[in-house]
Ligand binder design. Structure first.
Ligand code: IDP
Ligand code: MG
Length: 152
């Protein structure tokens, strides 16, 4: 099923100049970026984004970290894109993330794991709403979609 997921290139990856390489992986897979912007996460956005983690030992440092430098926020669309992006990202703890995944290849430790991706349809919708207005999401066709239409 065609899905949209919220993806963020986290502050550590922005600071390490990995924006282009991470976006390349999303494009190489064939997913469509339908919204994209750099922004400084506010306290309100951080609290809302990470509400499920309130009370966990890493919560305070997580919120501080996500506001420590800009993020690159995206809405990524594609067939089963929520699970697909989680696969491309790799496991939360980069020590267990497969080689070839973004976290497996670029992240040295769990608190600096370079990318966020929604973990299900409800969180995707909720997270997209935290960072994007509906009019910031672009309707457009990739070459692949145009070719598929032509062949159908
Ligand atoms: P996810 O990003 O793979 O969905 P979550 O469990 O939702 O993982 O955790 C959100 C973020 O919180 C992680 O990406 C990571 O940056 C951080 N985090 C999660 N667990 C730990 C931990 O045990 N220690 C330090 N940071 C953690
Ligand atoms: Mg999560």
């Amino acid at each position: 099923m065609k899905e949209r997921t919220f993806i963020a290139i986290k502050p550590d990856a922005v600071q390490r100049a990995l924006i282009g390489r991470i976006i390349a992986r999303i494009e190489e897979k064939g997913y469509k970026i339908v919204a994209l912007k750099m922004l400084q996460v506010t306290k309100e956005q951080a609290a809302s984004h990470y509400a499920e983690h309130v009370g966990k030992p890493f919560y305070t440092s997580l919120v501080k970290f996500i506001m420590s430098a800009p993020i690159v926020a995206m809405v990524v669309e594609g067939e089963d894109a929520i699970l697909g992006m989680r696969q491309i990202m790799g496991k939360t703890n980069p020590s267990n993330a497969d080689v070839g995944t973004i976290r497996g290849d670029f992240s040295p430790e769990m608190s600096y794991n370079v990318i966020h991706g929604s973990d299900g349809p409800e969180s995707a919708e909720r997270e997209i709403g935290i960072y994007f207005k509906p009019e910031e999401i672009c309707e457009w066709k990739t070459m692949f979609e145009i070719v598929k239409e032509y062949n159908s």
